[in-house]
Design a protein around this ligand. Structure first.
Ligand code: IMP
Length: 202
């Protein structure tokens, strides 16, 4: 079976190849099928809405079963910010390093035990032939560090997020282990039985 991973990022396709290795599917990224330039705006106010918007639009455009995800970092002391706006927190012109610094500065007065946070990832899978839609979610609990400590392995907010049960932040954790405990890895595990069901219906 073929499955479109609705991302223009080849790294993300490879990550899903590892996470969905138990399924008899061949994965394609948007670039592989000539849709690398098609942009679907993330206009939703929830991860669920954005994942659904992308999965349905790319399934429609490609005629393939399409998987899309949306994730974000939810900080309790900031009432869940940056959340669904994690990728553009503080404005479009900031770098990710700027965004990490902004988050740390907003938590400056917050004590170690009140810095709880979680990454959430929502996956939506859409079947264009019958309109079927399945959703899966993964959560990774943790807290925001007092300061950035870049271990070199990560991206986004990795260098300031310490997953529960670990002493170091995500950027120090090897990719295979991160995939096992991360929000995206957990959402992908939850999506496996849904994908099996969806493919049986085609
Ligand atoms: P996306 O929906 O996977 O593109 O994630 C949206 C934003 O959330 C990204 O731009 C990152 O800033 C942040 N993010 C999502 N997942 C991770 C992660 O595993 N580590 C660090 N930051 C992440």
């Amino acid at each position: 079976m073929e499955l479109l991973i609705a991302t223009g990022n080849p790294g993300k396709v490879r990550e899903y190849e590892e996470m969905l290795a138990t399924l008899p599917v061949k994965l394609f990224g948007l670039r592989d099928i000539g849709l690398g330039d098609m942009d679907v705006e993330e206009t939703g106010t929830t991860l669920e809405e954005n994942a659904r918007l992308k999965a349905q639009a790319y399934a429609q455009a490609s005629g393939m079963i399409a998987l899309a995800d949306d994730s974000g970092l939810f900080v309790d002391a900031l009432d869940g910010a940056p959340g669904v706006y994690s990728a553009r927190y503080g404005g479009y012109d900031l770098t990710m390093a700027d965004r990490r610094a902004l988050l740390l500065s907003q938590l400056q007065a917050i004590s170690v035990d009140a810095r709880s946070a979680r990454f959430r990832c929502v996956i939506a899978v859409a079947n264009p032939t019958n309109g079927e839609l399945q959703m899966a979610e993964g959560v990774c609990e943790g807290h925001i560090a007092q300061e950035e400590d870049n271990g070199g392995a990560g991206f986004g907010y990795d260098a300031i997020f310490i997953p529960a049960g670990y002493a170091q932040n995500f950027s120090h954790i090897p990719p295979a282990e991160k995939n096992r405990i991360s929000h995206r890895g957990r959402a992908a595990q939850a999506a496996v039985p849904l994908l099996q069901k969806l493919m049986n219906h085609t």
